[in-house]
Write a protein that binds this ligand. Structure first.
Ligand SMILES: NC(=O)c1ccc[n+]([C@@H]2O[C@H](COP(=O)([O-])OP(=O)(O)OC[C@H]3O[C@@H](n4cnc5c(N)ncnc54)[C@H](OP(=O)(O)O)[C@@H]3O)[C@@H](O)[C@H]2O)c1
Length: 194
């Protein structure tokens, strides 16, 4: 049974992926978020909720002990967040990181220049890529709430194809990445419906 730490667990994609994990796997989840009273525990038998800020290293390290996979679904000062996550993973010996970023961080979207708004995404991805972690960075297109699971992946160095992607497609891939040892390890993947 895999233990997954979900950072930023009240985020839109994190909530969708929590549901996906609980409906389709036997993974045990730790939902880590600020102001935890906002979240109702969806399955107390295998889910615990921890109140914490990712920038609070002591609380983060405590929550990370015993985890197999860290799934970071964050926004805001992502460079500092990535530093704290990498340090906590080093301190606890945790290796597997799935990190949600954005399309456009390498200038890979034809005809689009996302400039400084993506700097936190670029900087956090660069730190993760320079670490020795077993990471997968996901660079999604715009989220949609379509039910369908349909997506194509592009590797770093390839042009991004497509424009948007359903939350369910992202959750489907995140769950597969969390449960499949070695899948897309040390890769940064563009994901869109195509
Ligand atoms: N929406 C799109 O179309 C799209 C497309 C490509 C990429 N993305 C990116 O994909 C990522 C995930 O998207 P989303 O829609 O799930 O984002 P979201 O709903 O904004 O969730 C991000 C979560 O990060 C949490 N967070 C921020 N700083 C934190 C900290 N220091 N400690 C703990 N939690 C913290 C926030 O918590 P609080 O609730 O406490 O503020 C929030 O719940 C985002 O970075 C987004 O920009 C989105």
């Amino acid at each position: 049974m895999v233990n997954v730490l979900v950072l930023g667990a009240n985020g839109q994609l994190a909530r969708n992926t929590t549901r996906w994990f609980l409906q389709r796997t036997d993974a045990r989840l730790t939902l880590y978020l600020r102001r935890a009273s906002r979240l109702c525990n969806p399955d107390p038998a295998r889910t615990r909720i921890v109140e914490g800020d990712v920038l609070d290293s002591a609380t983060l390290e405590r929550a990370m002990k015993g985890q197999d996979v860290v799934y970071a679904n964050l926004a805001g000062p992502m460079k500092r967040q990535a530093e704290c996550i990498i340090e906590a993973m080093r301190a606890t010996g945790t290796k597997r990181l799935i990190f949600i970023s954005s399309m456009g961080i390498y200038g890979e979207v034809p005809g689009e220049r996302y400039r400084s708004v993506l700097d936190p995404y670029r900087d956090s991805a660069a730190l993760i890529e320079a670490s020795d972690l077993n990471y997968t960075i996901l660079r999604p297109g715009w989220f949609t709430s379509d039910d369908e699971v349909a997506y194509q992946l592009t590797q770093k160095g390839e042009s991004f194809r497509g424009h948007d992607v359903s939350l369910n497609s992202l959750s489907d891939l995140i769950v597969k990445l969390a449960l499949t040892p070695g899948m897309e390890s040390r890769r940064s993947l563009g994901i869109s419906r195509g």
